[in-house]
Design a protein around this ligand. Structure first.
Ligand code: OGA
Ligand code: MN
Length: 213
């Protein structure tokens, strides 16, 4: 029994996502959307992943999981806007912010990273991030469990596979016109594999809204 469990855990951690496409555009009508969606697997190292998880957990530990209200977008989660990151984590954020998909947006200022901890049963319903609170970009580092994000607009939808240690960037139509959500449960991916959602932490990077725009 123990061996079986251990093998399963090892398999989970060593599963290679690089061989599959992380974007499923089967149900997209206007492929222009794809220029506003970027996802990188292995964007952070395993050591950086451990550091970020540890730091997030330290800041979250006194918080309880909340169940969303009837009109709430997120179910079964804890969250915090975290300003006090170690140098190692700040270096990770800097590197990601200097990556091509973010660099080309020519953003000026970034908000303090937001940490969202979804429990195994937690999920995020379709929504568009407030256009009052943040600017052009919504980007996220995924930690712990893999997750499937769905972008949708009327009858169109795009699915994004977010493995742990990946980084995604949404801008333009993907940020302002398509809703995004994070699915609960098990999702069949394009290669017929099952993506099983478990507890997931994301660190969301957003830019500050510019007063001149
Ligand atoms: C959000 C959100 C996505 C994620 O917090 O508004 O959509 O990757 N998060 O956790
Ligand atoms: Mn959002």
């Amino acid at each position: 029994m123990l061996i079986k469990t251990t093998v399963r855990v090892i398999r989970k951690c060593t599963r290679r996502y690089s061989a599959v496409s992380l974007i499923d555009s089967t149900d997209v009508k206007d492929l222009n959307l794809l220029k506003d969606v970027h996802v990188m697997s292995d964007a952070i190292t395993k050591a950086e992943h451990e550091t970020l998880v540890r730091e997030c957990e330290r800041s979250l530990k006194r918080r309880r999981y909340e169940t969303g209200h009837w009109d709430g977008v997120i179910e079964s989660f804890r969250e915090i806007t975290k300003r006090d990151w170690t140098l190692e984590s700040r270096k990770v954020f800097e590197r990601l912010i200097e990556s091509d998909p973010v660099e080309k947006l020519e953003l000026k200022e970034f908000l303090p990273p937001h940490v969202l901890d979804l429990s195994k049963d937690g999920f995020i319903k379709p929504h568009i991030d407030s256009i009052i609170a943040s600017g052009q970009m919504v980007a996220g580092i995924s930690l712990l469990s893999p997750a499937v994000m769905v972008l949708s607009r009327e009858s169109e939808s795009l699915r994004i596979l977010l493995p742990p240690r990946s980084f995604y960037v949404l801008s333009g139509t993907a940020r302002f016109e398509f809703k995004h959500e994070i699915l609960p449960g098990t999702t069949k991916w394009t290669d017929d594999s099952s993506i099983v959602r478990d507890r997931r932490i994301s660190i969301i990077l957003r830019d500050e809204i510019r007063s001149d725009s």
